[in-house]
Design a protein around this ligand. Structure first.
Ligand SMILES: CC(C)(COP(=O)(O)OP(=O)(O)OC[C@H]1O[C@@H](n2cnc3c(N)ncnc32)[C@H](O)[C@@H]1OP(=O)(O)O)[C@@H](O)C(=O)NCCC(=O)NCCS
Length: 147
């Protein structure tokens, strides 16, 4: 079983989250987060799902406010051995809950091409042509969370 948690910038939990993001999202592409990248998320919502048995973070994402009504969902990552077991769904639904609670209307994201099907399952629509980011194909996606 997993539980949801919003974490605080600069805490040991934030460090644990960054480690997961580096392992799942950055290292396979030969990249790593810089301090500059991380400073930018001081005002973001840092969201995690944790394993109830040992409190380890097994999935996470970041929500960055773009304006009063739109949040950008970034850094969605699930521990490799927990993928395709519902953790990503848990993280995404938690993100939508937090977004609604804070009166945002839309969630916008840059989806890796291979993850587009995941977001489509939850009502996100492609709103751009394919583009390259961190060296791989992406699409912009958007969901009106008021629907
Ligand atoms: C993409 C990712 C976040 C999905 O999380 P997950 O825990 O593996 O997904 P879930 O098990 O919660 O899947 C929920 C549903 O989406 C589907 N799904 C999951 N990944 C999918 C994918 N890549 N393509 C299409 N459908 C997918 C599942 O089959 C499931 O459908 P179902 O409810 O009909 O059974 C996760 O696999 C991951 O971290 N991948 C590597 C990093 C990455 O690509 N991050 C996204 C960057 S935009």
């Amino acid at each position: 079983m997993i539980y949801e948690k919003e974490i605080i910038y600069g805490t040991p939990e934030h460090e644990e989250m960054i480690n997961l993001r580096n392992r799942i999202l950055r290292e396979p592409l030969g990249l790593i987060f810089s301090d500059e990248d991380l400073k930018k998320e001081k005002k973001d919502f840092l969201l995690c799902c944790c394993n109830e048995k040992n409190d380890k973070i097994v999935g996470c994402c970041v929500l960055t406010p773009l304006n009063d009504s739109v949040l950008q969902l970034r850094q969605m990552a699930v521990e490799s051995f927990r993928q395709r077991k519902g953790v990503g769904a848990g993280v995404l639904l938690f993100a939508e809950k937090v977004a609604k609670k804070n009166h945002y209307k839309y969630i916008y994201l840059h989806a890796r091409k291979e993850a587009v099907g995941f977001y489509e399952k939850f009502g996100y629509n492609i709103v751009s042509d394919e583009f390259i980011e961190v060296g791989i194909p992406h699409y912009e996606m958007l969901k009106n969370i008021e629907d």
